[in-house]
Design a protein around this ligand. Structure first.
Ligand code: PEP
Ligand code: MN
Length: 338
């Protein structure tokens, strides 16, 4: 439930109510708007008695139950769009963000070449996998810590912010040291132990939707991270499994429009995994922004024919430049800035 405080309540009065929430065995989450402060009350216990009690308090304007299974992620709790700060790069809140890079970090030269190319195109966020969750145990699994060091070098040289994937709880501290934003891949979207561990770091998190995860399940996965005290969550639609086999996945743009209504968290789209086909990435990038997405995650490789993973869906650098130009046109129509 949400406790809406009366206009003009003091910090002290808000603290008093929050302390009472805690005393009753719930967790308070404060949200200070321009006019009013609201306190989200979350916890597994029955809230009916507490609800009546808070409703009768002098400093409380009203008490509203949150009906959605995801509480902190919901627009009921937090009306203003959340803006996530990735080492100075803001994601969400009217701006279109583009995260780009190769599926895997393959070598020092490869990631530096691609980082320079992305920077030249105007990119600001570089993504590359150092730990890869591959379907086959015989496929390239990533350069691991060495890959993280190459990403750090790319950041030092270009200033691009680093996004990279975590696959094991034991790597959390290491990833938090190297990454500006930690990606949770589709295969780990509902790996609750892992997402809780990342929630405890307070690092920005890029949470990708699982390939068979419903929107409600996806938002509850985000809720795990928020409820650990990490508010910096960015969601990413990356296509779901359907009967359609002409494309790698089916990009679910319904989910994008729906999530923009249901949650205040920024929503990105990954048209690379969503389609699996290079030629479809730009059209679906345009469609994603038109559907209301806050940005894109796209795979970019300067030599996709040599890529260790996901070459066929990777944009070449000149395609990436075109993608940015095309997206800028749609962004302008949507009243968003780049
Ligand atoms: C990736 O981002 O390269 C990746 C493995 O994607 P997903 O987790 O969406 O399959
Ligand atoms: Mn990939």
């Amino acid at each position: 439930m949400i406790i809406v405080m009366k206009q003009g309540t003091t910090e002290e009065q808000v603290r008093e109510i929050a302390a009472l929430v805690e005393k009753l065995g719930f967790t308070p989450h404060l949200s200070r708007g321009e006019v009013r402060t609201i306190i989200g009350v979350v916890g597994a216990k029955d809230k009916s008695t507490a609800q009546q009690m808070f409703a009768s308090m002098e400093t409380v304007e009203s008490v509203i139950p949150i009906l959605k299974p995801f509480k902190l992620a919901s627009t009921e709790m937090h009306r203003e769009p959340t803006v996530v700060d990735v080492d100075g790069e803001k994601i969400g809140g009217g701006k279109i963000s583009i995260i780009a890079g190769p599926c895997s970090v393959e070598s020092e030269e490869q990631i530096l070449r691609i980082a320079r190319g992305i920077k030249e195109c105007g990119g600001r966020l570089l993504r590359g996998g150092a730990y890869k969750p591959r379907t086959s145990p015989y496929a390239f699994q990533g350069l691991e810590e060495e890959g993280l060091r190459f990403l750090r070098q790319a950041k030092d040289e270009t200033g691009l912010k680093i996004v990279t994937e975590i696959v094991a709880i034991g790597d959390t501290d290491l990833l938090a040291e190297y990454a500006d934003m930690i990606q949770i891949g589709a295969r780990n979207c509902q790996n609750y132990a892992l997402i809780k561990a990342v929630g405890q770091t307070k690092k920005p998190v890029l949470l990708k939707r699982g390939m068979a995860t419903t929107v409600k399940e996806f938002l509850q996965a985000a809720e795990y991270i928020l409820s650990e005290g990490n508010p910096n969550v960015v969601l990413c639609e990356r296509g779901i499994r359907t009967f359609e086999d002409s494309t790698r996945n089916t990009l679910d743009l319904n989910a994008v429009a729906l999530m923009k209504r249901w949650t205040h968290l920024p929503v990105l789209v990954d048209p690379s995994h969503g389609t699996g086909v290079r030629e479809l990435v730009i059209p679906m990038s345009r469609a994603s922004i038109a559907a209301g997405a806050d940005g894109l995650l796209v795979e970019v490789h300067d030599r996709p024919e040599e890529a260790f993973s996901d070459g066929p869906q990777s944009l070449k650098l000149h395609n990436f430049a075109e993608c940015i130009r095309e997206v800028a046109k749609i962004a302008a129509v949507m009243g968003r800035s780049m």
